[in-house]
Design a binder for this molecule. Structure first.
Ligand code: ADP
Ligand code: MG
Length: 253
């Protein structure tokens, strides 16, 4: 099976602090990978490296078989020009903890903006598609709402519809429910659950262990910038081999 995302021996330091240490990760097309681990273990940095919001010191990332942010020149990886990175980033959806919606645009305009601006769709097509996607995430009645008029759960569902609008090869989620009031978590997990069931390739950083068990094909435990353990949820979550995994799971449960 072809990998939608391949992270190969990724390393990254900030100053003399090594935040990613030889991290490799393969996400087959149509599968769901959940990344868990303590605060500061490098989870966000790893996700950001996938769409080249972070530049790696070593290793590389491929999405859909194409190197992201770099090209090989006489055996050496070199940065590519910014327009190329921007084009590549459009194939990678990113849903942040803090929604990051455009405050001056309605829900519909938020979702339609990128496909219209990039010429993927005409303005009319982009709006039509945005309306369909908002219906899919349960927001048909809120297409004209501005972000400030939405609950956190609704705003995050708009952000997911916006990620889907570009028809990405993979969607990356960085703690998509961490900023939500507890009673709003379920409606967002429900949308992610539907995406997983429909065969969308997903990488999800989450502290929702029960959700990871339910939705992920593979769980990756990251600690101090290293993959300590990875495998099916039944192995990593229910029968962890490494003491650090056991210790982490004891603390978050
Ligand atoms: P996580 O998402 O697992 O909590 P992060 O990837 O955000 O971890 O961060 C890992 C480590 O890298 C943390 O110690 C954090 O302080 C550090 N870090 C992240 N981004 C930067 C940055 N831009 N500059 C310096 N240090 C950073
Ligand atoms: Mg983080």
């Amino acid at each position: 099976m072809s990998a939608a995302v391949e992270v190969v021996r990724a390393s990254k330091s900030f100053g003399d602090r090594r935040v990613l240490d030889d991290v490799s990760l393969s996400v087959p097309a149509g599968r769901v990978v959940a990344i868990i681990g303590p605060s500061g273990s490098g989870k966000s940095t790893l996700l950001r490296a996938v769409n080249h919001l972070e530049e790696l010191d070593g290793g590389h990332v491929e999405v859909g078989g194409e190197l992201v942010g770099v090209r090989r020149h006489r055996g050496v990886l070199r940065e590519v020009a910014e327009p190329v990175v921007l084009r590549q980033r459009r194939r990678i959806g990113f849903v942040f903890q803090s929604f990051n919606l455009f405050g001056h645009l309605t829900a519909l305009e938020n979702v339609a903006a990128a496909p219209a601006a990039t010429g993927l769709l005409s303005r009319a097509e982009a709006r039509q598609r945005a309306a369909a996607l908002l219906a899919r995430v349960g927001l048909a009645a809120h297409t004209g709402a501005y972000p400030r008029q939405l609950s956190g759960g609704q705003a995050q569902r708009v952000a997911i519809a916006r990620a889907l609008a570009m028809d990405p090869e993979v969607i990356l989620f960085d703690e998509p429910t961490s900023a939500l009031d507890p009673e709003l978590v379920g409606e967002v997990l429900e949308v992610i659950r539907d995406l997983a069931a429909s065969g969308t390739t997903l990488v999800i950083v989450t502290h929702e262990i029960a959700f990871a068990r339910e939705v992920a094909d593979t769980v990756v435990f990251l600690d101090a910038g290293r993959v300590v353990e990875s495998g099916p949820p039944s192995a990593v979550l229910d029968a962890p081999q490494h003491p650090r995994t056991r210790d982490f799971l004891r603390r978050v449960r």
